[in-house]
Design a protein around this ligand. Structure first.
Ligand SMILES: *Cc1c(COP(=O)(O)O)cnc(C)c1O
Length: 482
């Protein structure tokens, strides 16, 4: 278990000591000389006065208070916080990619164009799709792009379709995107087993439906086993089927969405393809489509002429650009390196391991934290506190806080919101059996402590610098001032 460093909660300014310096500017007056007197401050800024060592230790200590994927198992569901090989960062940093001027002429950017072209070919193949744009910057941005493409497609056929059907097991960004693009959202309740209710769907789908947006696997971590029937029903109504494929690591190399009847789908490079999610850096998304939607994709795409690669601006039906140049190409380089490092068979093993790991946790925990659906899951499982915990008034939040004391980042909690007291765990394909076993032991220890001494668990965490915070107030009235 990682030890939290000795507690020193003081702010840097509280550690300040007059005239202590880390760095002295040689001639501060020279900079001052050009600033008009009226703009100069009357008194010096109130900055902490610290030695270089004080500063280094202050920030290093703060950084060690973080839970991160480099320091802790990080089982957030719906986010895929997996280990991403550092090696791929090296590839992205290669000068030929990293230092390429974005306005370089195609003839001077052949390597990057070839990479994006070949990555597109490989992704189309993996998804069973015909064309793809790698321009979007993220998952939600891809959804936005995808619905603009769908809108342009229907407009080109002279059809006005105003509705998007979104099952309640879809990711929250799906209905948000639908309304951003100006569609009305029609919500469909799932069946008790967490799957889409096909009869309900058939009642709502019709000539007004533009797109059915499905998250696969859905936010309960369940594969929509009747997806082919669902796609047929949508197509009979003249609608398109959109797949939110942010979590393709559960399907990659095993299922080609295009073969199931999906018309357009998105990918999250910062979940599946070797860029950290939630790291604050750039991400990338993609929209892959069947050929009838290809003319509407953002431009430029890339075409191959002989052995040369060139920007392809299409035939004028494109929705236009959604991101400067070719998107966040550094992220694309990492995805390409990742794909090249895995054979087709190994890609299938990624999906298999992500599913096996989630089911391993689900089955070891089921006696104390029953799973929502009680059946096999895909890459993530949704659990709830068992009846013995509920009887003592213990909640999911208490479990999450208890885990922090045991050196684990909490799983996603209270999402998906269709499950009361949800605990959503995604171990990812990159964690070892030993780590999963330690996590199971910690989850059981939290349970046992809760049963033996409920108040103690309700007061957790006990080992971190701050105890139970009022998270609602912190979000509504953040106090950012010292
Ligand atoms: C993460 C996620 C998204 C949104 O992706 P961002 O890159 O965070 O915008 C959409 N759908 C699903 C299923 C996701 O897991």
């Amino acid at each position: 278990m990682t030890r939290v460093p000795p507690l020193d909660n003081r702010l840097s300014i509280e550690k300040s000591d007059a005239n202590r310096r880390g760095l002295t500017c040689k001639n501060p007056l020279r900079a001052k000389a050009n600033v008009p007197a009226s703009l100069r401050r009357k008194s010096p800024p109130r900055l902490p006065e610290l030695s270089e060592f004080d500063v280094v230790r202050h920030y290093t200590r703060l950084s060690r208070l973080n839970f991160s994927v480099d320091t802790h198992f990080y089982p957030l569901g719906s986010c895929t916080m997996k280990y991403n090989p550092r090696f791929n960062e090296e590839a992205a940093a290669l000068e030929g990619f990293a230092a390429l001027h974005p306005l370089a002429h195609d003839s001077c950017a052949q390597g990057t164009l070839e990479l994006i072209y070949d990555l597109s070919v490989r992704l189309n193949e993996l998804c069973g799709m015909d064309a793809i744009t790698l321009q979007p910057a993220a998952g939600a941005h891809s959804e936005f792009t995808g619905l603009l493409v769908a809108k342009a497609y229907f407009e080109s056929k002279g059809e006005t379709r105003s509705e998007i059907i979104v099952p309640d097991s879809a990711h929250g960004t799906n209905p948000a995107t639908a309304s951003m693009v100006g569609f009305n959202t029609v919500n469909i309740a799932s069946k008790p087993d967490g799957r889409l209710d096909v009869e309900e769907l058939k009642k709502h789908i019709g000539s007004k439906t533009a797109v059915l947006m499905m998250t696969v696997p859905n936010t309960l971590g369940i594969f929509e086993s009747n997806i082919e029937e669902v796609c047929r029903a949508a197509h009979e109504a003249g609608a398109l089927v959109y797949m939110d494929g942010a979590n393709l690591n559960a399907l990659i190399g095993m299922v080609k969405p295009g073969e199931l009847g999906i018309d357009l789908m998105h990918l999250n490079f910062h979940k599946t393809f070797s860029t950290p999610h939630g790291g604050g850096g750039p991400g990338a998304g993609a929209i892959a489509v069947k050929s009838r939607l290809a003319p509407f994709l953002p431009v430029p795409l890339i075409k191959k002429e002989g052995d040369k690669y060139a920007s392809d601006f299409g035939d004028g039906r494109s929705i236009g650009k959604v991101k400067a140049f070719f998107g966040n190409t550094g992220v694309l380089v990492k995805a390409y390196a990742y794909l090249l490092a895995h054979s087709a068979k190994e890609l299938g093993e990624i999906a298999a391991c992500s599913i096996i790991n989630a089911n391993y946790l689900r089955s070891l925990l089921k006696d104390v934290y029953p799973s929502y659906s009680g059946e096999y899951c895909m890459h993530e499982c949704v659990l709830v506190p068992g009846p013995d915990m509920t009887a003592k008034g213990l909640k999911t939040l208490d479990v999450a806080k208890g885990l922090l004391d045991r050196g684990f980042h909490a799983p996603t909690i209270y999402f998906p919101n269709i499950v009361h007291e949800a605990i959503m765990i995604e171990p990812t394909e990159t964690e070892s059996k030993e780590t999963l076993d330690e996590f199971v032991a910690a989850m059981k220890d939290v349970h046992d402590e809760g049963i033996a001494d409920p108040q103690k668990l309700k007061d957790a965490p006990h080992t971190l610098p701050v105890r139970r915070l009022d998270e609602v107030q912190a979000a509504r009235q953040p106090n950012l001032r010292w």
